[in-house]
Design a protein around this ligand. Structure first.
Ligand code: NAD
Ligand code: UDP
Length: 316
């Protein structure tokens, strides 16, 4: 059945893929964004669709609209961008959650929070299950993001308990794909852009730290399943459990781009987690056997093609 759906942060990397998919499924989509890290170009291909509306609005201010579902994605996600104005990042997570939960309560909408594996901090348990409470430095340089997202989770469960708001929480692990911002400093976009330009590939630390990379289409599928699942509010991990070191990632990008780039080592940023890998048992069980389908080589190839075209357009 056709639904009216609000996506906050809809002009960002993940939001734009989500809006596209929701429209494809015949829904009406209202995309709200303040363009801090997202941009109109990410959704320009959707503008001809009469069921798509793009609204410039900051989620830290109240917003009223009548919808059936809300996906709350508004928040910068890369360390470079979320540390640029750390106070604003906390406000976006916390006040954004309060505003959207208040809206959901008033209009009786179901609301899904895009939380993060960062709630586990630099984890002492591996792989991470949803019942692990995390190891977060509350005053470190990543805390504006990690603690903001943790507080948002708390707000979600409290609005659910106290006011009966119909909530869903997903914890997203490192996700990549076309429309990542080329300047946001995340490792996949950095390495691909560096390799395509023949520049040195910047490894922070010794490159032995690990991440588990999920292709954006797999995330969007998991997100939509979670939103439409009854009797389960989460939190649930949505990620790809295949774990790689940054050195392995660099080599894969060099191979797939046929680049002459060399690897160069730079200092590891403070509080950079050493290991990260989702346990997705719960997602499989609750979300109708959901699991990631796109593995690293295939996903990187799509992403490399996207950045290749983007760089050629910029050069022209
Ligand atoms: P992104 O930076 O591309 O998208 C975030 C979007 O939110 C941007 O379009 C930005 O302009 C918008 N935004 C930021 N502050 C806002 C505000 N105050 N009001 C309205 N809009 C605002 O990042 P992304 O990777 O697409 O991440 C989307 C969501 O998923 C975020 O909430 C992020 O925390 C979460 N997440 C992402 C990852 C990942 O690996 N990409 C991992 C875990 C969680
Ligand atoms: N990283 C790196 N080189 C870069 C950018 C990042 O080696 O040019 C490392 C970073 O230190 C971290 C990992 O890659 O260990 C993932 O970083 P990203 O910012 O993409 O995500 P997060 O740390 O939030 O998982």
């Amino acid at each position: 059945m056709k639904k009216r759906i609000l996506v906050t942060g809809g002009a960002g990397f993940i939001g734009s893929h989500l809006c596209e998919r929701l429209l494809k499924e015949g829904n009406e989509v209202i995309c709200m964004d303040n363009y801090f890290t997202g941009c109109k170009d990410n959704v320009i291909h959707l503008m001809d669709n009469p069921y798509f509306e793009l609204i410039r609005h900051d989620v830290t201010h109240p917003y009223f609209v009548e919808v059936d579902q809300i996906y709350n994605l508004a928040c910068p996600a890369s360390p470079v961008h979320y540390q640029y104005n750390s106070i604003k990042t906390i406000k976006t997570s916390v006040m954004g959650a309060i505003n959207m939960l208040g809206l959901a309560k008033r209009i009786n909408a179901r609301i899904l929070q895009a939380s993060t594996s960062e709630v586990y901090g630099d984890p002492l348990v591996h792989p991470q299950q949803e019942d692990y409470w995390g190891n977060v430095n509350p005053i470190g340089i990543r805390s504006c993001y990690d603690e903001g997202k943790r507080c948002a989770e708390s707000l979600f469960v409290n609005y659910h308990e106290q006011n009966g708001v119909d909530i869903r929480i997903i914890r997203i692990f490192n996700t990549y794909g076309p429309r990542m911002n080329p300047n946001d400093g995340r490792v996949v976009s950095n390495f691909i852009v560096q390799a395509l330009k023949g520049k040195d590939i910047t490894i922070f630390g010794d490159g032995k730290q690990t991440r588990s990379f999920q292709y954006v289409d797999d995330l969007v599928e998991g997100m939509i399943r979670m939103m439409n699942t009854d009797n389960f509010i989460g939190p649930v991990n949505i990620g790809n459990p295949n774990e790689f070191t940054m050195l392995e990632l660099a080599q894969a990008v060099i191979d797939l781009t046929n680049s002459n780039s060399k690897v160069t080592y730079m200092p590891l940023p403070a509080d950079d987690p050493l290991q990260r890998q989702p346990d997705i048992t719960l997602a499989k069980e609750k979300l109708n056997n959901w699991e990631p389908n796109v593995q690293l080589k295939e996903g990187l190839t799509h992403t490399i093609n996207y950045f290749d075209e983007l760089l050629k357009r910029e050069e022209a």
